[in-house]
Ligand binder design. Sequence first.
Ligand SMILES: *Cc1c(COP(=O)(O)O)cnc(C)c1O
Length: 401
Amino acid sequence: MTTLLESPPTLSALMPTYNRFPVILVRGAGCWVWDDQGREYLDFVAGIATCSLGHAHPRLIQAMNDQIQQLHHVSNLYHIPLQQELAAFLTHHSCADRVFFANSGAEANEGAIKLARKYAHTVKGYEYPLIVTAQASFHGRTLATLTATGQPKYQKHFDPLMPGFVYVPYNDLEALTKTVLELEQVAAILLEPIQGEGGVRPGDWDYFQGVRRLCDERGILLILDEVQSGMGRTGHWWGYECLGIEPDIFSSAKGLGGGIPIGAVLCKEQYNVFQPGDHASTYGGNPLACRAALTVGQTIEELGLLAQVHQRGEQLRQGLKALVATYPEWFQEVRGWGLLQGLVLQPSAPFQAGDIVKWAIEQGLLLVPAGTQVVRFVPPLIVTEAEVQMALERLGNALRR
Ligand SMILES: *Cc1c(COP(=O)(O)O)cnc(C)c1O
């Protein structure tokens, strides 16, 4: 297995936008995937927090087969009952009253940004509304969401960025308050309840209580990016439930369709300011994607997966904590919620998160870095006790090598 990571697949006509691990996955079942050499991997990436029901889940297979035979895509020129049904499910399981369907996280955030800007222009009368976001955030790769993303490394070479964004440190209420008081026409504050890509950094309870209060006092919209944290990932339907607040607008994607592309912008009734022609998507909310998301949501509910996510998350956390205790010179801490956990390296560790990910692949475990200093664990929500145990053992083996 040592040659595994030294032989990249042959070149192709693809744009080289990804640094890919030289693994070709060809089949999956539950929390397991197999490569073209027949090697087996325990999948704690799950398409990056996306395949909530794992791979080849019988319910998703059944629903997709059914739906593609019946009707998989029609234009939003017509009523789509599955969209209505999914919107009803999502509003029933959240603080939102209205939903717009898109295809991805970035697109969902774009919709949220447009909604906040329209609200600011039409209701507040702002000429130049600003959106405050956090440093080390991640909101997507389209131009607006890339601008919203507070990480210069992703923005390099793509000037001019979108006007109207301001950045503050995350979990720092004083800095946020100061910025908001200094600026006029702040339309919205856009935050992740837990920063995922930026290092699995959970929001502080007190911070978000303060953010909510600040927004209420100043008539600022609170937009939460729940693309990674939503749909059960934290052991709650939405990450904001871990913070004791409700957003005005939030986005969802990743786990929403269990691996079938779908995203959503959700808002409370009073911010429902889009009118016909304001926003649209050709694919957004097509019957196939809506059926997938509905199946994922109903399955999470019927199998009681939220409680399981809590238990498996706690098990994973305890196991990772034991590793931190064994290797204090390498690891600082474990942080996260539910099945979104991060193992944080010491700045002085002689390797980076990406190295651990490589060693884990050789032990048959798939993991994903969150920056250079954090290893992220985002298995399917159906992961079993035995599988979490096995992942911890394989990670232990990778570290002992
Ligand atoms: C992944 C992610 C996005 C971007 O989603 P895409 O589907 O890749 O566009 C946005 N926000 C957060 C918090 C994410 O984790």
